[in-house]
Design a protein around this ligand. Sequence first.
Ligand code: ASP
Length: 353
Amino acid sequence: MPLKSLIPALLATLSLACPAPAQVPPRPQWAIAIHGGAGVIERDQMDAATEAAYRQAMAAALAEGSRVLQAGGSSLDAVEATVRQMEDDPLFNAGRGAVFTAEGRNELDAAIMDGATLKAGSVAGVTRTRNPISLARTVMEKSPHVMMTGPGADAFSRAQGLEQVEPGWFFTERRWEGLEKELKRLGLPMPTRPLGAPAPNKAVTERPPLDERKFGTVGVVALDARGNIAAGTSTGGTTAKRWGRVGDAPIIGAGTYADDKSCAVSATGTGEYFIRLTVAREICALVQYRGLTLRQAADTVIQQRLTGLGGDGGVVALTPDGQLAWSFNTSGMYRARASAGQAPVVSIYKDEP
Ligand code: ASP
């Protein structure tokens, strides 16, 4: 048989052996995912008004980030604007509403990272800056450093003209109550009420006691129209923390990470475990070097490695091609996502999408 007449058959065999590559969905023009903390969050323990307040706050924060991205803003701008809004909302453990240290202070941690340049900025233990996420960004953009802590970071914040507030700004009655409960459990003395805190408000203290196994840290990952991703996280840390404890949120690679070559991640949970597993970078490394999908990578690190080590919490993550994923091993995580052309989703409990 002449070779020529074999060609169609050969081509047919080849096309069977090498199927056409799967259709990759086109990258959305922009995308964003946010969290407001993970923990023991169960339907039967949540009253309707509290649940509605959280859903509304998550939807409003998501709308703020979506607005920035829709208008062509950068992923960094979207992350900063969204986290700022959540820092100003007393529902979350970040900025106003942060938890207290054992000494009755608010010591705030935050980080931001730009996936396009791998530039990052972070602060730990700051006490006077209204929006720690903006201070983290200022560290990234206006200093030669990546991380600043304590009084030095507070001084840099003042020098850079960031909005300063009295410590009382961060005070909320429910977090003060949470501290009281935790110190009792630890057998530690209760500090005096901070200067500038409002007088005890009976109406508030009579609300159902706060379950401190809900975390409330906030975090955002975003993809902009230029295809760049960014991540940011902000927190008061853990209730009754001591000795200048720093969590995972401001540790680049642990609670916060972004690289346009792999993914952007923001975490929430017991920070000590996230630091030991370098959770955020580990997820991105699995995407980058093992070729895992974002969902597979996030589940491997959270459901297998974090759970295996006895840690609790979760992440939101996204890739430059627009994959969005979240994974958590607690009964709930306040979370929400949106992308160009897709309806926003706000979820709390494990059984929600
Ligand atoms: N990850 C935070 C920390 O350990 C706490 C949290 O997510 O609520 O500081």
